[in-house]
Design a protein around this ligand. Structure first.
Ligand SMILES: Cc1ncc(COP(=O)(O)O)c(C=O)c1O
Length: 456
């Protein structure tokens, strides 16, 4: 039995489908063996993402009713702006419809051809925005999970950053981005010590530091749990310390906004904000709604207050920890320590007979779907592998991870027990699993649309 309990009770419910084994096989084949293309009506437990999948609170639903849908100067924007300013301390607040719009606008304003953006790890959409601006995205994560599990596996490698900044390409570095938590690197937190170190190096070289704050509250909570000296601080206070150290942030509020849509850019620099505002108007909407409805801004304002509640964050971390323990007991190589928003499994270790170019993480995730209509996501070579410019085999991702993302306040412990049973079934037949080949793929973010075929 889990040692945690959901700190809420359920007021509205939604039935979940239970497709038969035959229906699962047909749905996967019709989707070109790509779980993104499987319709949600064929999924029993959907752990594809924690993004935009949250259950909102009664307070959020009731706030939505008072949404002000005025085109300009809506009351709902004023509430949103106040909540964001009080949380971050940044005076300039621009709403956008989701995180990648914020990335496109902000990074498009900062970067020019040949510039470098350095990060603990750019998320895939962040990398796409850097590259679309003509820049180069350089990831400098600390080595996580080697030997002793690293409590702050999301950190930026400060030594490598110092070396890059004082080396030949140093003058090309235009910004440093800390993704908190580091979604692409096991969902691990970034320590305050690391943010302080990054700030110092940025100051020495006159470079701005930004946070991709999509999971700022979960990062703050993990700091209170893991970093010496902060156990007595509230997650909200820690979040403020994090924001204080940076020049600004962007966020997909589909995560720690605990809502189904939304994002933001928040900055200290008035001039940069004015430039971003021009693009906001051209591509998203008037600056007081930025592509969102007034009711969305109300839900987000309320969500941003709820997300730093210690009981909620404790439940988030404890449920991920318990779920990770159960998966490990079922025989899966679970990355430790677990974070908050997901549990990651190293499918490359379990399926070491499948070469990276044959997508072992995809093989695991697809088999999990066949076992119990559970949808997880591959974060291996399909997502993070690099295309060989000469048309050769893909350059493999550093790890073949499968991510079991945990939508906020959606699934209970018994739902997760069902997932563990399905994963155990996959483990039992691991040696028989085969890889996949890519039949068709797009450019950036190919995982969303690729068509695959099982290798016989
Ligand atoms: C760390 C991080 N940054 C940015 C994004 C992009 O946000 P969105 O999906 O709202 O465009 C994501 C989405 O998963 C993310 O995890």
């Amino acid at each position: 039995m889990p040692s945690f309990m959901e700190p809420f009770r359920i007021k509205a419910v939604e039935p979940i489908p239970f497709p038969t084994a035959e229906q699962r096989r047909a749905a996967l084949a019709a989707a070109g063996y790509n779980l993104f293309r499987v319709p949600a009506r064929a999924i029993t437990i959907d752990l594809l993402t924690d993004s935009g999948t949250a259950a909102m609170s009664a307070a959020q639903w009731s706030a939505m009713l008072s949404g002000d849908e005025s085109y300009a100067g809506a009351r709902s924007f004023e509430r949103f702006e106040l909540v964001v300013r009080e949380l971050t301390g940044y005076p300039e607040v621009l709403p956008v419809h989701q995180g990648r719009a914020a990335e496109r606008i902000l990074l498009g304003n900062i970067l020019r051809l040949g510039d470098i953006s350095v990060s603990n790890t750019h998320f895939d959409s962040t990398r796409a925005s850097v590259e679309a601006a003509g820049g180069e995205a350089v990831d400098l994560p600390v080595p996580a999970y080697e030997g002793v599990p690293n409590q702050f596996g999301g950190d930026l490698d400060l030594e490598a950053l110092a070396e890059l900044l004082s080396g030949r390409s140093g003058h090309r570095v235009r910004c440093v981005v800390l993704t908190v938590t580091n979604n692409a690197n096991g969902g691990q937190p970034v320590s305050l010590l690391n943010i302080v170190g990054a700030r110092k190096l940025c100051d020495e070289h006159g470079i701005p530091l930004y946070l991709d704050a999509s999971r700022f509250a979960e990062n703050a909570y993990l700091i209170t749990e893991r970093e010496a000296g902060y156990a007595e601080n509230s997650p909200r206070d820690i979040a403020r310390l994090m924001f204080d150290l940076a020049d600004g942030c962007w966020a997909s509020l589909k995560k720690d906004g605990i809502a189904n849509i939304g994002g933001l850019i928040a900055l200290r620099d008035e001039k940069l904000a004015a430039r971003c505002c021009e693009q906001l108007i051209a591509f998203e909407g008037f600056p007081t709604y930025g592509g969102l409805a007034g009711r969305d801004l109300e839900a987000l304002a309320q969500g941003l207050l709820e997300v730093t509640e210690p009981d909620y964050l404790r439940y988030r971390a404890e449920s991920a920890r318990w779920f990770g323990e159960q998966l490990a007991l079922a025989g899966l190589p679970v990355l430790q320590p677990t974070g908050c928003h997901a549990v990651y499994v190293d499918a490359g270790l379990l399926l070491d007979h499948i070469p990276a170019q044959q997508l072992p993480a995809t093989a695991f995730a697809n088999e999990l779907y066949l076992a119990g209509a559970v949808r997880a996501s591959e974060l291996g070579t399909l997502v993070f592998g690099r295309r060989d410019p000469d048309g050769g085999p893909d350059i493999p991702a550093p790890r073949e991870l499968v991510r079991f993302a945990l939508p906020r306040r959606v699934y209970t412990a018994s739902h997760l027990e069902y997932v563990v049973d399905a994963a155990e079934e996959v483990c039992a037949k691991a040696a028989q699993l085969r890889g996949y080949r890519i039949l068709r793929q797009g450019g950036a973010l190919r995982q969303f649309t690729a068509i695959l075929e099982p290798i016989q």
